[in-house]
Design a binder for this molecule. Sequence first.
Ligand code: SAH
Ligand code: SF4
Length: 344
Amino acid sequence: MIKRALAGLSLAELQNVLQTLPAFRVRQVFHWLARGVSSFEAMTELPVSLRQDLANRFSLYSTIVSQRIEDSDGTVKLQLSLHDHTRIEAVLLSDGAGRKTACLSTQVGCPVACVFCKTGSLGFSRNLSYPEIVEQFLRLSSITDLANIVIMGMGEPLLNLEALCSALVVLTSDLGISRRRITISTSGIVKGIRELADKGPGARLACSLTTADPALRERLMPIARANPLPRLHDALAYYQQKQGQRLTLEAVLLGNLNTRETDAAALGAFVRGLDVVINLIPWNPIPGLCFEGKPLREPRVREVERFSTLLEQQGIPVTRRFRKGASIAGACGQLGVMVSETTA
Ligand code: SAH
Ligand code: SF4
């Protein structure tokens, strides 16, 4: 029989599972788990007999690290094998100032199927449970101290809203991470954005707009048909009004596709009434991905610069995402490609 894993559970659920133990002991176990301990044996404050008893009845983690790869730019990608042998990836990113960010997955695969994304091309297997989301954070935080969390790994977080919200409660209430240090990225699920605005803990929101040309968006991101731009705009405005924070709009730039002057003008029109920064992400190549029969391609450097200028000329703040972890397929939209596959 598979033993129940304790890492990733909320403090309340841990209290429930370990109800025969006094509250202070449960808190000690929780703190060891939060530190990413590697065995029950290592929980040195606990009596030896209790450590043995816990090890007999429970496992620490529900996942196994099936692969760990590091890039020379400081990116670390963990491939985690789940109890049902499906796999996800969690990535540790490092910025120029040495601050570390954990990038977490919420689903195995993704049902949204954006044409430019590797995860989307894998199809959808299942939602992650909330402990499986928190466990990714614990695994990464045992490598180093983490400054930020981005929910930008595999999957669409707002299509797994219940587990996402439970994970956010553990991260903010039990593990004490400020909600301002957590960013959730969505492909633009209107219902989910509104629910998160009403119920969520006030994390930062990023929306993968990609383009504000409605016809092109529907061709690139099929989810846009059921979540049209005017309704998406209203949902983002609602989120902003409720949570009061600047939003990020992500735009993956695809060579010769969504970098036209008309795309910049459409983005300018879309952001009216919103306080946003637009994050430009030059497309990270994924072999084999095509759009309507033609291979997708990276934008040229000049193309990105020109597009950025067109937005800035409209007074829109722009940031550029530089590629991290590309050589280990740990960059945006590449999750699901293991290095052995990419180099084979
Ligand atoms: N499903 C969520 C979060 C995960 S995707 C979402 O779509 O927002 C994280 C980001 O990576 C999104 O902004 C997405 O548009 C971007 N992305 C996907 N494929 C990419 C690729 N090949 N190159 C660069 N960015 C990509
Ligand atoms: Fe899913 Fe996001 Fe990839 Fe689209 S970009 S397929 S929503 S993971």
